[in-house]
Design a protein around this ligand. Structure first.
Ligand SMILES: Nc1ncnc2c1ncn2[C@@H]1O[C@H](COP(=O)(O)OP(=O)(O)OP(=O)(O)O)[C@@H](O)[C@H]1O
Ligand SMILES: [Mg+2]
Length: 143
């Protein structure tokens, strides 16, 4: 268990931090991205997914309306946003258990919206809005 917290002063810096984190990620891994609206979860995911070589930065957008974006690169990556999921919906009924069928990197924004069922190693990342362009990025290795 290790913890690490850094302040990013721009979206570009957050993307760079995501790429740095990606270099240490190995499938299977569940990455929980927490933080309020606009905290920078999708921006960090852009860095992680492009850093994993699974997509170009400009092709990584918010999965808010589609629930899951799937990327097939050197490693399979799923980018999930549970923001619009209602309390009545469940993990299985959304087909989310399918994401864990094979080793992959699964990134989840708004993970607190739902009880997740996975026994994969977890990396918890909390983003906090400090000032207009400043975000605190805290990473906790939960394995
Ligand atoms: N240091 C920073 N790190 C990340 N984003 C920043 C930073 N400074 C400013 N921003 C801006 O904040 C916004 C973050 O939006 P982003 O979509 O990444 O947030 P989010 O946490 O995914 O929000 P949501 O909960 O709506 O999905 C972007 O417009 C980005 O340009
Ligand atoms: Mg987002």
């Amino acid at each position: 268990m290790s913890a690490d917290s850094q302040v990013s002063r721009s979206a570009e810096e957050t993307i760079a931090r995501g790429k740095e984190l990606a270099s240490k990620m190995r499938a299977p891994l569940l990455v929980l991205l927490s933080g309020e609206l606009g905290a920078g979860k999708t921006t960090l995911a852009k860095g992680i997914i492009s850093g994993l070589g699974a997509a170009a930065e400009e092709d990584i957008t918010s999965p808010t309306f589609t629930l899951v974006h799937t990327f097939t690169g050197p490693v399979k990556v799923y980018h999930v946003d549970l923001y619009r999921v209602s309390e009545a919906q469940e993990f299985d009924s959304l087909g989310l258990e399918d994401l864990f069928a094979e080793p992959a990197i699964v990134l989840i924004e708004w993970p607190e919206r739902m009880r997740l069922r996975s026994d994969w190693p977890v990396l918890r990342i909390d983003l906090e809005h400090v000032a207009e362009d400043e975000r605190r990025i805290a990473v906790r290795d939960g394995t």
